[in-house]
Write a protein that binds this ligand. Sequence first.
Ligand code: PLP
Length: 424
Amino acid sequence: MNSSAHNVSSATNNIEELFRKYVIPSYARFDITLTHGEGAYVWDATGKRYIDLGGGIAVTALGHGHPEIADTIAGQARKLVHTSNLYYHEWQGKIAQQLVNHVGPGKVFFCNTGAEANEGLFKLARKFGHDEGRFEIITAENSFHGRTLAAISATGQDKVKKGFEPMVQGFKHVPYNDLDAVRKALSPSTIAILIEGVQGEGGIIAASADYLIGLRKLCDEKKLLLMMDAVQCGNFRTGRFQSFQRILETTPAAQSFLPDAISMGKSLAGGLPMGAFWVRQPYADLLSAGTHGTTLGGNPLVCAAALKTMEIIERDKLDQNARELGNYFNTELLRLRDKFPKIIKAVRGLGLMIGLELQEDISSFKASDKTASIQFVNRLHEAGILAIPSGKQVIRLLPPLNLKASEAQEAMRMIESVVTRIAS
Ligand SMILES: *Cc1c(COP(=O)(O)O)cnc(C)c1O
């Protein structure tokens, strides 16, 4: 080993050592230390370059080090970073207006994370049903709504709840995309239904148009709130601002469908921490002064970054790009599935939210007890791609919306060589 390579690896060891000593070990991290990025590429401490198809879990919608986002953040940081919500500032109202324009008549609350946005929806639903004694929220199996106590209670996956019981009461889970299951789960206490438009952690599964339309009708009949968690599938990732707009665009409901509330987060501010929830009229004033709040929410810095992120996505037609590259990946991955049916079981997705489901008995993976998704992602890492495992069998691709066609092609060649090697 030459001395510079040696310095790099001891620097990496020092970084990892600090984590081991001082950071609570609640994450199973990959053995990669990232140092910097540019566009769709990111580099690790050994100098190795990766195409980042994970986007930090659907967060870096404009890639890394976007010059306009960097300038916006730096300029805003010099002017005004934080005010608290005791005062007005220019940027929060403007980004709220943008979000309302993209969804429908209503108002927006700003917070800092997706889980916190969902907390807001739970409180909205409780407030809505309070005087009638209704409080129960129906959510979907295999959903994911975040890691706070109420959000793990809402999440339809036992693994996030384990060890933290008792759960917050008032959540019931039903199979996704099954309208009858929702009907059967209704009780006199039911106040709301919360679903993801496309289940992300659950393995990239989109709601069907019939399901969305049926839920809307059911909620109207029973006076329930229809709430959608768009933390991962929102923000233009599917090719439209909201996934339901994409799912319903060729149906008669395209113009008329609206949920009653939507939680947002992840890429909303181009990489800075921002959550938000939109509430439809006439429910937008339910959370009146003093009923809800967060100190850092909607500060000038994140609002300016979010405004710039939306401006760039629209100016550069990145929703269209997400749609086109999504189609490209879908076509190419399906071709790969046909070529390697013993490795790839299914390909799913909408826009640049893509799931690759692996077969359950891949012989090259038998030597290790790690899940197929982790083993596949490790091999992608070796080849120079970052991607996100989702459960035991699914790999998620959540690349930046400004990925170039040439980068998508480069990534597909690498994925194909990884799959070819696993098959041989
Ligand atoms: C990531 C995610 C959340 C939680 O967001 P955090 O910012 O991690 O709190 C909630 N819902 C969905 C659908 C998500 O993908």
